[in-house]
Write a protein that binds this ligand. Sequence first.
Ligand code: ARG
Length: 623
Amino acid sequence: MSTNTPTDTTIDPATILDTRFKDAIHAAVPDLPIEQIKTLITPSRQPKFGDFQSNCAMPIAKRFKMQPRELAAKIVEHLDVAGVAKPVTESNIAGPGFINVTLLPEAISDSLGAMDNDQLGINPPDAPPTVVVDVCGVNLAKQMHVGHLRSTVIGDAIARLYERMGYKVIRQSHVGDWGLPIAMVVEQLITIEDQGTDLSTLSLADLNAMYKVVQAKCKAETKALELIAKVGGHAKAEIELEERIADANAALEKAKARLVSLQSGDERSVKVWQLIYDITMSACLSTCQRLHANITDEHSAGESTYRDELGPLVQDLIDRKIAEEDDGALIVKCEGIKEPTIIRKRDGGFLYATTDLAAIKRRVSKLGGDIVVYVVDSRQSLHFKQVFAAAHKAGYDKTPAGKDAVLFHAMFGTVLGEDNKPLKSRSGENLNLTDLLDEAVSRASATVAEKNPDMPESERAPIAEAVAMAAVKYADLSTERIKDYVMNFDRMLAFEGDTGPYLLYALVRVQSIFRKAAEQGIDTSNYHTAPFKLVEPSEKALALMLLRYPALIESAGQACEPNRLCSFAYDLASAYGPFYDKCPVLKCQDEALRNSRLRLCDLLGRVLGDALETLGIPTVERM
Ligand code: ARG
């Protein structure tokens, strides 16, 4: 029996080989549990031995104390590669037990032909699951900072990957638009409006500045006072601090009262809150648009939208004895997690976790999420562990069909500056995302101008914008999601190397073949159905790489790892150079071969374009 049953439409010979090898290993070593079978198939290190090699025999032999070559022979005996590769016999075993495989040339060309359709060989599942992707998640009255670059760019790419796989995708931006910090800003705006300020002229930068002022205003320096009292300090300092604390307490009380009035729908409070919301979201959504992230108004599901659900939710947890009192607060204890999840503070206020519990409930039972992916900073990993466990304990993760939804924190690392510390602006604050994007565009403009001195500025500007966004996004997406990475403009904007601009340039180059053909009057009308003829090693290598695409989309999507798609796109773009050098296309005299190569270029252009589209990276026609 097959351990991994790809559908009949599996076209990647490597994937087919993987299945056949699994079956053979299972037959040769029945004691090895099926789920532990690793076929270890890689492209051959020495093409003269074949296209692929399996290194599976060595580790299995070690584990079961067998002779690796003998085991390899046993595997080969059971191996059926009919239809994909030339028969594999003992003569294909090399060294300590490598098993070499040579594909049938027609297997590659037939598979390529099967892939050459609108879907590029990617077939949607019969019953597509619904995936909710938590993206972006900005906070009101705050400018987007570089952390939101990642939740936006990676979040959107993960959503696009699932869409590409044919899943139903719902993006949700969990906007931080509720609670005391926002009430503080509302209170402040009402105060300054009473003093005569016209609120309609405020920008997000103004709100951001105000946010900091009110935060500081409400922060009592109680600790300092306690210290002065303990060690004995200057009486005047003590009095000053006491006054500051009294002021802070008063400001805090006012903000709390404002939250209550906001909660109860007081007209003026709501109006000012709405103003803050509109200013923040219009700036945020235009940044998303600039980043080619498909995140719009309809994806916003702010914390405020859960406010009426929190009371009943907490009551439900009390009634079912899932939550318990602890020193006046209400907590949920979950097995395996030391820190209990606090869902109501002693003063009766709800928390970030309470809202996230309500969000899980909505996402699974109302929106129908079978999978809920949270694309959020890794520093929130404890929060999500707690919330997922508490939701599970309460059964809020049960789908309408009665299954447990998959809740997954697709966490990401921090963007660092050249000093390896979290990236900050010159004044030591969180770096504003708009400033960062502007900087990238201004640098890209210089490069585009340098490379295209004759191009009019009006044509250069949109190219520079696209190149900059591609550079920033690719740099972010191509590092392993979990890792921190250093933001380096020079490196990410380079036209050579593993960069966004390089990929855009490669795509332009591939597509330029068809422009040149038109200019030279070469007939390109009948390559679309031409049989693939893979003569040179470099075109065979390109073909094998293209065939990996469908399986790669699937695995990158399942793992929520867009960086895998980035490496694939980079490898593909890099494989074009050797092909171009060794395989004349337009100059090829053999018409059948020329058509085959044109078709290969066309397929390459479409796969590369599709990969970039799936990553959310904008492309250009010239650069
Ligand atoms: N607003 C939060 C922040 O800036 C991110 C929200 C993440 N999503 C969630 N469901 N908690 O940190």
